[in-house]
Ligand binder design. Structure first.
Ligand SMILES: [Zn+2]
Length: 87
C-alpha cells in the first residue's frame, strides 16, 4: 500500500514537472493583457487551478471567470452568485 502511494506521488510529480517544462514562455505573454490574470486561475465552481488560455471563460458583471470544463461553466452561469465570493 505504501509503495503504491509513493508511486502515485512520483507519477504526479513527474506529470507536473513535464507539464511546466512543456509550457512555452509565449503562452504567458498571450494572457498578460488582462491584469487580473496570472499564470493560473481558480475555477470558482470546483476550485481547480487552471490555465486561462486553455480554460472555458465567461464574463459576468464585467469580470471574466474561468472554468475547467463546459460543465462547470454551465453550473456557474445557472447561479453565479453561489460561486462569486462576497466582497
Ligand atoms: Zn471545474
Amino acid at each position: 500500500m505504501k509503495a503504491i502511494t509513493s508511486l502515485i506521488i512520483l507519477v504526479t510529480l513527474t506529470t507536473l514537472g513535464l507539464k511546466s517544462n512543456a509550457d512555452p514562455k509565449i503562452e504567458y505573454r498571450e494572457i498578460s493583457f488582462t491584469d487580473s490574470v496570472q499564470k493560473k486561475v481558480v475555477d470558482p465552481v470546483c476550485k481547480m487551478k487552471i490555465k486561462p488560455n486553455v480554460a472555458k471563460s465567461s464574463v459576468y458583471n464585467k469580470t471574466t471567470y474561468y472554468f475547467c470544463s463546459e460543465g462547470c461553466k454551465q453550473k456557474f452561469m445557472a447561479t453565479p452568485s453561489k460561486y462569486i465570493p462576497a466582497k
